[in-house]
Write a protein that binds this ligand. Structure first.
Ligand SMILES: Cc1cc2nc3c(=O)[nH]c(=O)nc-3n(C[C@H](O)[C@H](O)[C@H](O)COP(=O)(O)OP(=O)(O)OC[C@H]3O[C@@H](n4cnc5c(N)ncnc54)[C@H](O)[C@@H]3O)c2cc1C
Length: 368
């Protein structure tokens, strides 16, 4: 029996993870407007931090998300891209001590409270306001390298990949979806059984995605070269900004700009990132900026969770809005897509496309 065909638009973290899992059962053709990981996935520092925010709240389905990331890294044979040593979260204000101690008592499997003495014994170069939270299940991923590894794996399973090809729209029919694309100024239409739209910030150019209530937040990261006497052996750190070791360089982040006119890096954001990360890690004084990356995190405002499911037709799916937690959401969702595509009622309500935008035929119970 021929396998159903599926076009995935967008080769960032979402599209690459989807391609890995869906190419098991579908003839996947992945198209990308630019190059793989040229959107948010190319700017991410790659922290895997299951207790995010000032109050260190456990992320959505954290255990499943961690297992999915490990499984996906293994399937993509991308172990070298994942530094899973843990994450250090130094307190950034005295008030945070209470929140972090509470997180440690509520989630002992996920984190451990370190007093100021313990922190300075372990990592004397890290400044905090009264201690730190240690997350043994955490780390950092080289996201562009991970995306590339996912694509290699998907292609060995039969997926095809075409960069520099932009999704411009689609027309859904009962028995297929006509996918409209543009490449080098030429417009083309191809027939597929399904379309999976993983275009991140590209949503803003497609009117069909307007009703989804998405919002883009520009972010900037810096890659810096440390001076010779910089401390070695530090784990990824998330406190006032974040610091992710990358060989003899560090990736520093990040800015959060809700209003922006363009995607150029700004000197103001660079200075702000340097200032906050130096206050946490004074050894960054004197580090030189090697590279600046910019991307846009896409958020689904009402839920702050990803959005998955059929949009107005059973053949046209979206997988968008990974926000700031792509590494803890993309593998988690992607590995369920082969099942969900057949049984869309199984997409969890928290991440499902809003009821009013689901196909008319959608039912919360299995359809025969
Ligand atoms: C500065 C910054 C730091 C971050 N740090 C972290 C972090 O430490 N940890 C973490 O887990 N997450 C982090 N994130 C979030 C993470 O990067 C995102 O959640 C994730 O990369 C989003 O993946 P995506 O595939 O949805 O989008 P993208 O990576 O943006 O991919 C979308 C792709 O679609 C392509 N595209 C766009 N329009 C079209 C079209 N019409 N047709 C075809 N292709 C199209 C784009 O070129 C792009 O390659 C960060 C994000 C930013 C911006």
């Amino acid at each position: 029996m021929p396998r159903p065909s599926l076009c995935i638009a967008g080769a960032g973290l979402a599209g690459a993870c989807a391609a890995l899992y869906l190419s098991d059962a579908y003839d996947v053709h992945l198209i990308e407007a630019n190059e793989a990981a040229s959107g948010a996935s190319g700017a991410a520092a790659g922290l895997v931090n299951p207790l995010m925010g000032r109050r260190a709240k456990l992320t959505w389905r954290a255990s499943e998300a961690w297992a999915a990331l490990e499984e996906t890294v293994a399937r993509a044979r991308a172990k070298r891209t994942f530094d899973s040593r843990g994450v250090l979260r130094p307190t950034t204000e005295p008030k945070q001590v209470r929140f972090f101690k509470q997180a440690a008592s509520e989630h002992p499997a996920w984190c451990d409270w370190w007093t100021a003495e313990k922190l300075s014994a372990r990592y004397p170069s890290v400044q905090a306001h009264g201690g730190a939270l240690w997350l043994p299940k955490g780390g950092a991923v080289d996201v562009p390298a991970f995306v590339r590894a996912l694509l290699v794996r998907a292609r060995t399973q039969g997926a095809t990949y075409t960069p520099h090809t932009r999704l411009t729209g689609w027309t859904a029919h009962d028995d297929h979806v006509a996918v409209h694309t543009e490449s080098g100024g030429a417009a083309t239409t191809h027939r597929y059984d399904y379309l999976m739209c993983c275009i991140g910030q590209g949503y803003a150019a497609l009117p069909a995605l307007e009703p989804l209530d998405l919002h883009g937040i520009k972010g900037q990261t810096l890659t810096v070269q440390c001076t010779g006497d910089a401390p070695s052996g530090l784990p990824p750190i998330s406190g006032r900004g974040y610091v992710v070791p990358d060989g003899d360089r560090w990736v520093l982040g990040s800015s959060y700009e809700h209003d922006f006119d363009d995607l150029r890096p700004s000197e103001q954001a660079t200075q702000r990132i340097l200032q906050k990360t130096r206050s946490m890690l004074p050894a960054l004084q004197g580090a030189t900026v090697h590279n600046i990356a910019v991307g846009v995190r896409v958020k689904h405002e009402p839920t702050n969770l990803p959005l998955v499911g059929p949009l107005q037709h059973q053949r046209t799916w979206v997988f968008l809005a990974l926000g700031s937690k792509g590494l803890l959401t993309a593998p988690l969702i992607a590995r369920r897509l082969p099942q969900w595509l057949k049984e869309s009622h199984r997409v969890p309500a928290e991440v499902r496309v809003p009821r009013t935008l689901l196909p008319d035929s959608w039912s919360p119970t299995p359809t025969r």
